[in-house]
Every structure is written in C-alpha cells, then in structure tokens.
Design a protein around this ligand. Sequence first.
Ligand code: GRF
Length: 231
Amino acid sequence: MNRTEVAGIGWAVAASDCAGGTDEAGESVADSKRVVVLASGNGSNLQALLDAGVEVVLVASDRPDAYALERGRLAGVDTAVVRPADHPDRRAFDRALRDLVAATRPDAVCLAGFMRVLGPEFVRAFPDRIVNTHPSLLPAFRGAHAVRDALAYGVRVSGCTVHLVDEEVDHGPVLFQAAVPVEDGDDEASLHERIKREEHRLLPVAVGLVASGRVRTDGRRAWLTAEVPGR
Ligand code: GRF
C-alpha cells in the first residue's frame, strides 16, 4: 500500500486534498462525505467545519443550551440532544448516542468540544472514524482543563492535537499538532483563543481525510493512504 505519514510529509497532501481539493475521480473530497459533530459548547470548531464545506449531517449535544446546536440550525443541519440525565447510566447514554449517530450512516464522527467521555460501546461502533481536537500538545495536559493546567505549569509553548479517538481519554493516534506560544500576560481565555485558531485550521483537514477513508493506523501511527476505498 502506498502510504504517507499524516503528520509528516503528508501535510502538504492533506492540505491540498481538503482545501477544496478533488480525488482521482474529480469528486470533491471534503464535501461529499457525511460527518456527525458532537459538541457541548460554543461550537467554533463546528463552525470551522461548516465554513470549510464539510457536509455535517447531524450536530448532537449532551447540553440543550449548547450554542453549537444553534450554529447547526442556522446552517440548516439536523440537531439532537441526548442528555445523560435521561438515561439510567453511562452505558445507556453511550448506546443511545451510538444508535442516534449510526442511524445517519456517518463517514466520520467529530468531537468538537464534546465534554463527555465516550465509552467503548460508542467508540467501537466507529473504529478509526472518530476525530477529537484537544487544546494541548498531547500527551501533556490531558483532561477537561488543558489550557488552565498548561498555564499553571508555566509552559512557554502549548498548542492543539487533532487525533483519532480510542478507548482512553485524549489518547488515540495523532493526526496533526500545532504549537502555540504562551505570551506574557496570557490568561486562560486569551491562550485558548489562540489555540482555537490552530484547531480551526487543522480540524477540517483531519475530518476530511478520515471521512474519505484516507487514514489508516498502525499502532500509534496514523498513515495517509493514496487510495480512496471503493474506487
Ligand atoms: C476546543 O478548544 C477543544 O479543543 C476543546 O474544547 C474547545 C471547544 O471549543 N475540547 P468550541 O466549542 O469549538 O468553540
């Protein structure tokens, strides 16, 4: 198999494919695949996907007040809320979310600020097809307060990691990372804002590649294939 490391020399290939690029059949790679986005908050990463022309078929949230849902509605995308409180336990919540997402037959699932840990029943339903973005250079500062924790540690450089999701939190194979300097006087909001600018650039590229079936994994390594499956 012809393969290229995603985060290495594959970058140029990745960027050109997904920034309005076409595949061998002349079909648009980025906008012909079905993507489900899970989001709990503001949804600026969802917006970046929408603005890049990614075909989002469903925005689902665990929080009815998530502004991401409004962004989805404004873009004419179906939205849904699955509240943990409406389910007896985490497994039941995972199953409900899995069934909702699976019914849309997605090519990729994107966690864009989704603040729930997804259990194995969800993750196993979409192997190597779930993409997450995390606001630190993993494996540093996993968890829900990555930006705050990085500042508290006193790092001079942080960043973001766009990665495939496996059964451990903030852990799957890395697709892209970008470094972001910490500036004097930064607080959590200002640093997070600068990190998000990088997320908005990288996430649509990663989601486009995963949705197109162009990403394979080999242990912790993600590879970009030249072939588009089914052609
Ligand atoms: C992003 O920084 C993401 O890395 C983290 O939550 C934030 C979501 O931001 N998991 P938004 O809701 O997309 O604006």
